[in-house]
Write a protein that binds this ligand. Structure first.
Ligand code: FAD
Length: 412
């Protein structure tokens, strides 16, 4: 169909899925996946979980190497795209090579952000996004004694829990007054605060980092903005990410906290799509643009983008979901808790097995579950079907939500 073919930039969850979906949707033309990393596309979530804990743990490939060969996907590793010429339909790699395309997909993801404080260049200061960073962090972590994590979000807390399991002294500095405050209910933040403190981690809320202190080029302490000094031979910066949008912006694509796409993942340039952590898309219910950072979002957007590239566009209407493993506790989230007016709890917080159901009026918007996978799975079906059992029913454990969703969806 396309002589020069399709090029996908970025071999993460979104890029790898997009390549697979193009083939499963019937595209049989030239297909190239170009990625800056040296490893074949792999699962990113374990990097802050199992991979970090065990020195012998390998990366988990998203698909076997043979998949790319069998499906005639040209996988170019260690190939960083430096610039894109949209008019000429070419792109240039850092080594000077120029590739032609008919259609282009950007799946460039995001990179870890550093706080604007002194000392982040010191040895022993780490970030965690890609395998190379995970390997460096793991080597350092196993040898470290005093670990300071800056940022009480998912990645910071997952690393903190692993570091405690490895017997390290761990301190977490969080600038806000609760953990994971951007995305979870206050009940969940409180619960995880208790859990981490129970595991022996020193969690300091409302505490910003002041500077990282070094000696001989290595980190020796982290100083809070209030002037407290905490000994550290490892400091992890887990304060969030920046979307990788620079090559898109330089090529003339519109960017605003992410590459702007429409509901079908198309940019304003019809032959270019973008997916995953690097995009800002119009949410069908919120009626505004958002940028999400999750595997499900990248994968589902890639499936949508494949159809768009092949001339069969469909709007992206998937319910977002996410998970985080901290120690032996599983946190799962579905939906977006924006504009909620009420929350009810199903289960018992003290049992470490409960869910928070978020409502706007009577409308169910989102569910955060702690060690309650069934609630999460039922929630995904409820939200996908646009169903809202009342807050009272959701809170009532004598009502079988799974049976309820089956009855309602069967009758729908
Ligand atoms: C440690 C960690 C733990 C996580 N845990 C979870 C979890 O438990 N659950 C969950 O849902 N999500 C989790 N996430 C988030 C999830 O991994 C991301 O949302 C997901 O990877 C996004 O996929 P993506 O394809 O958009 O970007 P990425 O997976 O980041 O892939 C982007 C790729 O593009 C490459 N690239 C960028 N620019 C260029 C360029 N110019 N040229 C060539 N290549 C380029 C990058 O090197 C990278 O390989 C975690 C993330 C991290 C870092």
């Amino acid at each position: 169909m396309f002589e020069k073919g399709i090029i996908i930039i970025g071999g993460g969850h979104g890029g790898s899925q997009l390549a697979a979906s193009l083939r499963s949707e019937g595209y049989d033309g030239p297909l190239t996946l170009v990625t800056a990393e040296t490893d074949i596309p792999y699962q990113r979530p374990p990097l802050s979980k199992a991979f970090l804990k065990e020195a012998r743990h390998d990366l988990l490939p998203l698909r076997p190497e043979s998949f790319y060969e069998k499906n005639a996907i040209r996988l170019m590793l260690a190939a960083e795209v430096e610039s894109i010429d949209l008019g000429g339909r070419t792109l240039r790699l850092a080594d000077g090579a120029v590739l032609d395309f008919d259609r282009l997909a950007l799946a460039t993801g995001a990179r870890a952000r550093l706080p604007a404080v002194d000392g982040t260049h010191l040895a022993g200061v780490h970030v965690l996004r890609v395998a190379a960073e995970a390997r460096a962090l793991r080597d350092r972590l196993h040898a470290a004694e005093n670990v300071v994590v800056i940022g009480g979000g998912f990645i910071g807390l997952e690393v903190a829990a692993t570091a405690r399991l490895l017997g390290k002294t761990v301190t977490v500095l969080e600038a806000a007054d609760r953990l994971m405050g951007r995305v979870v209910a206050p009940e969940i933040s409180r619960h995880f605060l208790d859990l981490h403190r129970g595991w022996g981690t020193d969690i300091r809320l409302s505490t910003a980092v002041g500077r990282v202190v070094g000696d001989g080029g290595r980190v020796v302490a982290v100083e809070t903005a209030g002037g407290d000094s905490i000994p550290a031979d490892l400091a992890l910066m887990g304060i969030g990410v920046l979307p990788n949008v620079e090559i898109a912006a330089a090529a003339g694509l519109a960017v605003e906290n992410g590459i702007l796409v429409d509901e079908t993942m198309a940019t304003a340039t019809p032959e270019v799509v973008a997916v995953g952590d690097c995009v800002s898309f119009p949410h069908w219910e919120l009626k505004r643009r958002i940028r999400l950072e999750s595997v499900q979002n990248a994968v589902d957007q890639a499936k949508t983008a494949a159809k768009t590239l092949l001339g069969r566009p469909e709007p992206f209407h998937e319910v977002p979901w996410f998970w985080s493993d901290q120690g032996d506790v599983k946190l799962q989230m579905v939906g977006l808790p924006f504009g909620t007016t009420r929350a009810v709890i199903r289960g018992k917080v003290e049992d470490n097995r409960f869910s928070v159901f978020h409502f706007a009026g009577e409308r169910l918007l989102a569910i955060d579950s702690v060690n309650r996978a069934t609630d999460h799975m039922v929630g995904r079906r409820l939200l996908a079907a646009g169903l809202s059992p009342s807050p009272e029913i959701c809170a009532d454990e004598s009502v079988d939500l799974k049976a309820l969703v089956q009855t309602v969806t069967a009758g729908a």
